[in-house]
Design a protein around this ligand. Structure first.
Ligand code: MN
Length: 240
């Protein structure tokens, strides 16, 4: 199996997992940097993640131009992906979602921070990108590279950023990593809201976050991936 075949199958599985775990609904998307050309990325045509098949996945240049579109209409918000790959050579996969529990943290000014060991991978703190700051009244959708680049700047070197009144963008060193962080971003946000209702929170310390993140190895990611993939009706592929 070629690296490209592997990534295309990974993306189908990632879409099914994110849908099955409630991280995306009919909207939201996941991409991977092209394994043979770092200036390109792979992303489905505009379709609900739960329905995506391998033939839906289109190759794009970083500016969002399709390489071989064949009538497959693109996501309006594909610029999120290209702008992040452009800014972050370390990133191999990007998830954009409207994960429900993260939304309150984008609109209230309450900072989302890790409080559970499994959530350390969301980063020390999660910035909120507000499209209104620079772009004024919009649909809140990231519809061009200028907006994508502004979001990528807000993300900076971090793993996650929230988008005010909209959702979140999560990056990873692999498709499995980006999916893992996306699932635990939702878990962490929900737990933080529950904890805030009970009283003051003792968050993970910065040192704890660093130690935990160093232990999130392929072993960890694969254990979650195998389970989530099976639950979504897909098999875990052997790493290529
Ligand atoms: Mn969106």
């Amino acid at each position: 199996m070629s690296k490209l075949d592997f990534i295309l199958e990974e993306l189908v599985t990632a879409n099914r997992i994110l849908a099955n775990e409630g991280i995306v609904d009919s909207f939201g998307h996941v991409s991977a940097r092209h394994p043979d050309n770092p200036q390109h990325y792979l992303l489905s045509r505009a379709r609900a993640p739960e329905r995506i098949e391998r033939d839906d996945i289109v190759e794009y240049a970083l500016d969002g131009t399709a390489i071989d579109e064949r009538g497959r209409a693109p996501y309006l918000e594909r610029f999120i992906h290209g702008a992040v790959y452009e800014a972050r050579p370390d990133v191999q996969a990007v998830v954009h979602n409207h994960s429900p529990s993260v939304i309150p943290f984008g609109v209230t000014g309450k900072k989302l921070k890790p409080l559970l060991h499994m959530c350390a991978s969301i980063g020390h703190d999660v910035p909120v990108w507000d499209s209104h700051d620079k772009f004024g009244d919009t649909t809140l959708l990231v519809t061009d590279m200028a907006m994508g680049r502004d979001l990528a700047a807000s993300l900076g070197p971090r793993p996650t950023a929230l988008m005010r009144g909209h959702g979140a963008t999560v990056v990873g060193r692999s498709v499995r990593h980006a999916v893992f962080v996306s699932v635990y971003l939702e878990v962490g946000a929900k737990l933080q809201m529950q904890s805030m209702a009970m009283g003051d929170i003792k968050f993970l310390t910065p040192g704890e976050v660093d130690k935990i993140v160093a232990r999130v190895t392929d072993y960890t990611l694969n254990r979650a991936w195998e389970n989530w993939a099976r639950r979504a009706g897909r098999e875990m592929q052997k790493q290529v």
